[in-house]
Design a protein around this ligand. Structure first.
Ligand code: NAI
Length: 722
């Protein structure tokens, strides 16, 4: 990198007779800046006067730099700026660094201790900056550094005066960064920790030794450079390390349940944990953002309240991305051994999609108190006595994409009395950008909590549908892996029953059991592949009842019956014959019979002219003209050109003969096969998509002799000469 220089710039460094200021002045001086070395030359508490600055000026000059000493008190900051103007005719950089300490416990602090600290740190920085400001504005250039302290940011015993003044400088930075932005004046704050006379009795000796001011100077110098990008930043630096600090704001809470409720001291207390929860906190850049952020929250609150009416609802947020989808797909048995599963496992696959049952997860509301709250008096529900009994999901519009954010509203629609057990029916509505995208319903069994004279059935319940008596129309078998539950749990259900042998034994299982939701995911995949064209977009709804647990390693047998656009199914364990999922069905938009292809992609009928045709014609011409060169590369290349994931045309580039023609190789065998979409082929040839990137992203697939393909590079360019 080129050396960052300050030639032609004039810098004022206050308090530069020693410590940090000296290191800043020396570094700037060595990089071409003309430096005003200001120092009053007092003692640590601000008393007395001497000429520290002279020695620093001498050091700069000895190394060939330009510097002048200034002995003014920063409280008369305009005089220091005048020194710069008198000697060098301008001012570009101002480092407000001068400082003293008057540490006292607050009880013992006098007005003088308070005032003196504020005078030097806060008023001093104000005076110098104010005097320089007009010059900065006029020349449309300025760099200002304020010096704050961790003692202000975190507080420090005995430094009430100092902490207050140091935080004042952060506020000053914030506003000056805004006022200076139009004029290319950048104002930033450094929070240093370094060995100096201010810290010699504060830092432990071995740390004191290591914390050289010279390790912070490059950070401050960069912050003063014309190429420095930030303004209004607070930068903490020590020991050759730097980081940015800023305030964050929690998500906060509206301090009442319903818009019409009053805010009372009691409601404030009730919502306090939520108001002060810093999970999901955000950094707001501008003061106006605080209002925008709050208005959005209030609107959201009002919309939710309208939806909720008098019902107790539980709102939660859910975020997912491609990695979550892939992990889920692995958890429910998708595997690269099956080519048709690849689009669920590979985020760069051109048809990458979510498996539809993934979207049951946002509605699981595992942390929700709803079921516990729905229990009648004398009954209780907690994680030790609940079981997932039934599950339903229905998509309202298109299937959600491969990453996104949901807001989920869950509520109990009924609590049933099934004799020995209670059943809570929990509905969830899944919203994306305020649009309802899916509804789910869970039946949660609460063991031993029935017998409260409640209703046995609910009109709100989505019912299961028993399997027909006839033989199934299709059956798919798949063995689950021994580690299936340990993989599936990473999709969010961390119940120890699925991983901890002791917990499993305590519940009467020989070993940890597979999640019912994992079993359901396997079967839904089987149904989708058999009757849904393996196309998630085709999936409308699913309902299932969990009957018995499955042990990882057992083989699942999904039996399916086609009835119109509904595929009824049930799942058995091959080794025991037990039915584990019953009364289940999937509704499709369109039924597509026949299993997803597990062999190579089928070749569809050519779709006529392709964009890449012209490219191959060009290659044909070039090969014709340069036969010897073509032969020197050698090899037979087969290009499969795809559209929407299907091969629509093939071209053979036979460099042995040499010849270029449509269709497969006449010899029957290609050395290298390249599969690429029509559009990507053209982009690669045009040079807008690099073959390496296309290959890494899975857009260009190469099989056979890959080394040979590398020789082809120039041939892929439409303007290439062979
Ligand atoms: P230092 O005491 O070596 O340097 C401060 C210099 O400012 C002294 O040379 C002093 O003569 C001069 N000065 C004091 N009052 C002045 C005034 N009214 N007008 C002009 N010059 C004056 O201390 P150090 O550590 O280099 O401190 C530099 C700055 O960094 C100070 O603002 C300090 O509060 C701040 N700081 C230092 C930390 C550290 O770990 N050293 C930690 C946090 C902040």
């Amino acid at each position: 990198m080129d050396q960052l220089r300050f030639d032609g710039r004039v810098a004022v460094v206050t308090g530069a007779g020693g410590g940090l200021g000296r290191a800043y002045a020396l570094l700037l001086g060595s990089r071409g800046a003309k430096v005003v070395v200001n120092d009053l030359g007092g003692s640590r508490d601000g008393s007395g006067k001497s000429n520290f600055a002279d020695a620093v000026v001498k050091e700069i000059k000895d190394k060939g730099g330009v510097a002048v000493a200034d002995y003014n008190n920063v409280v008369e900051g305009e005089k220091i700026i005048q020194t710069a103007l008198d000697n060098f005719g301008r001012i570009d950089i101002l480092i407000n660094n001068a400082g003293i300490l008057r540490d006292k416990s607050f009880t013992k602090m006098s007005d003088q201790d308070w005032d003196l600290i504020h005078l030097v740190h806060l008023k001093g920085a104000y005076k110098t900056t104010h005097a320089a400001w007009e010059h900065f504005r006029k020349q449309k250039y300025g760099r200002v550094i304020m010096t704050s302290s961790n003692a202000g940011i975190f507080g420090n015993f005995g430094q009430a005066n100092y902490s207050a003044a140091k935080m004042g400088l952060v506020g000053l930075t914030n506003t000056l960064a805004i006022e200076g932005s139009k004029y290319n004046i950048k104002v930033n704050t450094i929070v240093p920790t370094a060995a100096s006379r201010l810290t010699e009795d504060i830092l432990p000796p071995e740390m004191f030794e290591a914390m050289k001011p010279e390790l912070i100077a490059p950070v401050v110098a960069y912050m003063c450079h014309e190429s420095f990008p930030d303004s209004g930043a607070v930068i903490d630096s020590t020991l050759g390390y730097a980081t940015k600090m800023h305030y964050v704001r929690g998500q906060g809470a509206i301090l009442k349940k319903k818009p019409s409720d009053p805010v009372t001291i009691e409601s404030v207390k009730e919502f306090w944990p939520e108001a002060t929860n810093m999970k999901d906190s955000i950094h707001l850049e501008k003061i106006a953002d605080t209002t925008i952020n709050l208005v959005e929250k209030i609107q959201d609150f009002e919309e939710r309240s309208k939806l909720d009416g008098d019902r107790e609802s539980y709102w939660s947020s859910y975020k997912y991305d491609s990695k979550d989808l892939v992990l889920y797909a692995l958890g429910i048995g998708a595997s690269v051994e099956n080519e048709s599963d690849l689009k669920f496992l590979y985020e760069s696959h051109e048809n990458f999609a979510a498996l539809p049952t993934y979207f049951i997860l946002p509605g699981m509301a595992i942390e929700s108190p709803l079921v516990a709250n729905s229990m009648p008096p004398g009954k209780h529900a907690d994680f030790t006595n609940i079981l997932h009994g039934e599950q339903f999901i229905e998509f309202v519009g298109d299937l959600p994409g491969t990453e996104g954010d949901f807001k989920v509203r869950s509520y109990v629609v009924d609590t049933l009395d099934k004799g020995s057990s209670a059943v809570s029916i929990v509905n969830s509505e899944i919203y994306q950008n305020k649009q309802l995208v899916a509804r789910t319903q869970q039946h949660i069994f609460v063991l031993g909590q029935g017998g409260f004279n409640g209703p046995r059935n609910s009109k709100q319940a989505v019912e299961v549908q028993p399997a027909p008596k006839r033989a199934p129309d299709a059956v798919v078998e798949q063995r689950t892996a021994e580690g299936q539950a340990s993989l599936y749990r990473l999709s969010g259900d961390l119940n120890p029953l699925h991983i901890d042998p002791n917990v499993a034994a305590a519940s009467g299982h020989p070993r940890p059991i597979l999640h019912g939701m994992a079993t359901l995911g396997f079967s839904a995949r089987h149904v989708l592949a058999k009757f849904g064209g393996n196309d998630p977009a085709n999936f409308k709804a699913l309902k299932a009842r969990f009957v018995k647990p499955v042990l990882p390693g057992q083989t699942l047998v999904t039996e399916m019956w086609l009835e119109g656009k509904r595929v009824l199914f049930q799942t058995k364990v091959k080794e025991t014959g037990n039915t584990v999922i019953a009364g289940a069905y999937v509704d499709f938009k369109n039924v597509v019979s026949g299993q997803a292809s597990s062999g190579p992609a089928a070749t569809a009928a050519p779709s006529g002219a392709l964009k890449s045709d012209a490219l191959f014609a060009k290659i044909q011409e070039e090969v014709g003209k340069n036969k010897d060169l073509a032969k020197s590369i050698g090899g037979v290349f087969l290009y499969n050109i795809t559209e929407s994931g299907k091969t629509v045309k093939s071209w053979t580039l036979d460099l042995k003969t040499p010849a270029v023609h449509e269709g497969g190789p006449k010899s029957g065998k290609a050395d290298t096969t390249l599969t690429v979409s029509d559009g990507d082929m053209v982009d690669i040839a045009a040079g807008t998509l690099s073959p390496q990137v296309a290959y890494m992203k899975g857009k260009l697939k190469i099989s056979g002799n890959i080394m040979l393909a590398q020789k082809l590079g120039p041939l892929l360019k439409s303007n290439a000469k062979l």
